[in-house]
Design a protein. Structure first.
Length: 155
């Protein structure tokens, strides 16, 4: 696999994002065509992903400060466009009406979740259920069930 995966320093600085994506797709094709143990490759790639994501997060603040020292808001560096941006965050918790609305929203989310649990119990397309809050019998439509395969890797 090491002959396919490029060490970080060997992806040329002149390679565009599109070129990197094309290179990655070509390598993915080679991995699938050349009899590699796909599960082993996938696990190793997840290790790299965790490694790179951690490095990026660890150096992000310092890198932002270093980039700001250039004194420009938008510039090119190492064949990449660097943009120093700002974003504004608002904290609304100090407003009583906002808190009341937020509490109402949270209650609605919990109510929806409880309804989903109840609807999962409907047998067939439609059926009767007992509303746990009112005790009334209601007509309910069962949710459409879709089963999808996935792979989870825990390192």
């Amino acid at each position: 696999m090491s002959e396919i995966l490029k060490p970080i320093e060997t992806i040329g600085r002149q390679t565009t994002k599109k070129g990197i994506v094309e290179l990655a797709k070509a390598h993915a094709g080679q991995i699938m065509e050349n009899g590699y143990d796909l599960l082993k490759v996938y696990v190793e790639l997840k290790r790299y992903e965790a490694y790179l994501d951690t490095i990026i997060q660890e150096i992000k603040d310092s890198t932002t400060k270093k980039a700001a020292e250039k004194g420009e808001r938008d510039f090119r560096y190492a064949n990449a466009r660097v943009i120093i941006g700002k974003r504004t965050k608002y904290h609304y918790e100090g407003d009583l009406k906002w808190r009341l609305l937020n509490d109402e929203l949270e209650r609605a989310k919990q109510e929806r979740k409880a309804r989903e649990t109840l609807l999962k119990q409907v047998e067939g397309e439609t059926g009767e259920i007992v509303n746990p809050e009112t005790g009334e019998v209601e007509q309910a439509t069962a949710p459409i069930r879709e089963v999808v395969s996935q792979i989870i890797i825990r390192l």
